[in-house]
Design a protein around this ligand. Structure first.
Ligand code: FAD
Length: 573
């Protein structure tokens, strides 16, 4: 039976009741008291915090109810929204502006009319048809029921394993439970960390040569070193080939390279893909990346149908390429923009910067904009990069920790293109500040001038963001010509560190003159060759470069010094 529109009221049907859908529904009500708003969600809950699921698995968020940001009842009472859970949208007919809904419990199908339709069905976890993928003990982390099933499995498994030492005559140590996580993206790494906290012996299998694909390899290596030191065993460069039951009731994960990883639990975190099944019933345009194509106002190829969140393709803010971004911030903002546009406002989505952060064992890795990998893929050579390792706050105040930063900017005009940062303190605010700067089209000269909060426990008078601007501007102004280890570091190598530092690690062929002696020993340096200057982080090398340049030498600083050469050793205690 079709439920039709009420005269004079705009009827908006929203599919998907979590990030994009729920924010669209609430915003629309705030803008239009008269709209008739129906929000359908095929799952049992609306507006839950899927970002918290790995932490619920790990017991950091103990109560499932803490994940419920707002309930169906909240939406009904506070926003007068007709919320229907366990209700799946199965077909759209744009000609008649109707949508078919199926009651998940009864299977009954009804038809609903709409004036405007908003699709926010999210993404589906990638689940390739590998042998054994449906065996018990293999899970994904996508929904509240997924997390519940993992917790129940762990609790049952612990009881079983805990009881073994009671009846085993020679076994005195309770066996450590083994987890294999497949996929080194956000969800895989977050879940792996949480399983380590729960006492699991964790192996993470990743097909690529690195974790966290958006990071450049050099920065990913720091993350890898850090998580390995905290107990995650990484098996990179190896795809999963299948799963099988082992003799002892446990599982075995088989990889393409022929390895077998035993497991008591397996977590699949192979990434996501846009859930476009419903969109296809309406014939909506789907882009090359597999998401629904939308314009800046989140309108699909059907003008009365909007789409937001993980299901859409949006323009990358820096490259203007179409991209898929599965992040909660963009989904929420897009939901709000769709509501604005439906209510007659002119809001527009600015494109996606991919601003991201992941917490791991007390550290954080964050990034924004493009990485060097993307620039190389696009054949873009109008960029320069810097590495710097400032303290998170004034070094004299207790608790300061280094932040490893890589910042990319245009050689031609200094425009900020992207940044990646890792550290145990203060990473989030630096990357958030850089994200804002990037969206405002800032240059590295703007970063030099940014006026940021400072007291010794929070930052430095020259904040890492200012510092990044200053180092980058030194390069573009010609005050600090730079070179990199990846190829261009090949002139006369001058190491300006102290002899004690060289005893720990040295560069073969480099001549050592400590910074304090450089002015007195200029005569030992060549005037007919370029001198490339090395120190620990790049700072003393810069000072030495200035001395050399002002004395008529050709000199360059090797960006990031020894720290950028041996990335994996960063953040070591
Ligand atoms: C474990 C996990 C951790 C995450 N952590 C972070 C994080 O830390 N930071 C971050 O920025 N992002 C994170 N994300 C990603 C973020 O949650 C998503 O980008 C965001 O939720 C996308 O919003 P959405 O509205 O597009 O989809 P969702 O929030 O996934 O909502 C889509 C909803 O639509 C429903 N639906 C689908 N099809 C239909 C249909 N036909 N009929 C009715 N209902 C339907 C689904 O059941 C689902 O509930 C995480 C995601 C997961 C799974």
């Amino acid at each position: 039976m079709e439920k039709s529109r009420q005269a004079g009221k705009t009827k908006v049907v929203i599919v998907g009741g979590v990030a994009g859908g729920a924010s669209c529904a609430a915003r629309l009500r705030r803008l239009d008291e008269n709209a008739e708003i129906v929000m359908v969600e095929k799952g049992p809950y609306v507006s839950y915090a899927n970002c918290g699921l790995p932490y619920h698995v790990g017991g950091v968020i103990e109560k499932e109810s803490s994940l419920m940001v707002a309930t169906s009842d909240t939406f009904r009472r506070q926003f007068a929204i007709d919320v229907r859970t366990a209700c799946e949208a199965i077909r759209i007919s744009p000609e008649s502006k109707t949508i078919e809904l199926r009651d998940v419990a009864s299977g009954e199908v009804s038809s609903e009319s709409y004036d405007k339709l908003v699709l926010s069905p999210g993404a589906l976890s990638v689940r390739p048809p590998l042998p054994g993928i449906d065996l018990p003990g293999i899970f994904q982390v996508r929904t509240v029921p997924d997390a519940r099933a993992i917790r129940e499995w762990i609790e049952r498994g612990s009881m079983f394993l805990g009881g073994m030492d009671k009846y085993s005559g020679f076994q005195t140590v309770r066996p450590k439970t083994r987890a294999v996580v497949i996929g080194g993206g956000f969800i895989g790494l977050e879940t792996a960390e949480n399983l380590v906290h729960r006492g699991f012996d964790v192996t993470l299998v990743e097909m690529l040569d690195q974790v966290l694909a958006p990071l450049d390899l050099d920065m990913a290596r720091i993350v890898e070193g850090y998580v390995e030191r905290h107990g995650i065993r990484l098996a990179l460069n190896d795809g999963v080939a299948g799963f099988q039951q082992a003799g002892d009731g446990a599982l075995e994960v088989l990889t393409k390279s022929g390895k077998t990883h035993p497991a008591d639990i397996v977590i699949l975190a192979l990434g996501v893909r846009p859930d476009t099944a419903l969109a296809k019933t309406a014939g909506l345009e789907i882009g090359q990346r597999g998401g629904i194509r939308v314009d800046e106002q989140m309108r699909t190829s059907e003008p009365d149908i909007f789409a937001v969140g993980d299901v859409v393709e949006v323009r990358d803010f820096v490259t203007s390429e179409w991209s898929l971004i599965a992040l909660a911030g963009p989904a929420n903002r897009q939901g709000r923009i769709a509501a604005d546009v439906i209510a007659g406002r002119e809001s527009r989505y600015r494109g996606t910067q991919g601003t991201s952060i992941i917490g791991l064992f007390g550290a954080a890795a964050a990034w924004v904009g493009v990485g060097e990998k993307t620039l190389k893929r696009l054949g873009d050579s109008d960029y320069e990069k810097i590495y710097l390792y400032p303290n998170s706050h004034a070094g004299y105040y207790p608790g300061a920790r280094p932040i490893a930063m890589k910042v990319l900017f245009r050689k031609s005009d200094g425009r900020l293109l992207g940044a990646q940062a890792l550290g145990e303190d203060g990473v989030d605010k630096r990357v958030s500040a850089l994200a804002m700067a990037l969206q405002m089209g800032a240059t590295i000269y703007d970063l030099e001038e940014a006026e940021l909060c400072y007291a010794p426990q929070f930052g430095s008078a020259k904040d890492p963001v200012n510092f990044a601007g200053m180092v980058a501007a030194d390069i573009l102004r010609g005050d600090m010509p730079s070179a990199h280890w990846d190829g261009s570091a090949a002139g006369f190598l001058l190491d300006v560190r102290e002899a004690t530092e060289l005893a720990v690690e040295s560069v073969s062929g480099a001549v050592n003159i400590p910074l304090g002696q450089i002015r007195a020993r200029l005569g030992e340096l060549p005037r007919d060759r370029e001198i490339q200057v090395i120190c620990r982080s790049g700072q003393r090398a810069y000072y030495a470069t200035r001395v050399l340049l002002q004395n008529g030498f050709k000199a360059r600083t090797i960006a990031g010094g020894m720290l950028s050469r041996f990335h994996t050793r960063l953040l070591e205690d």
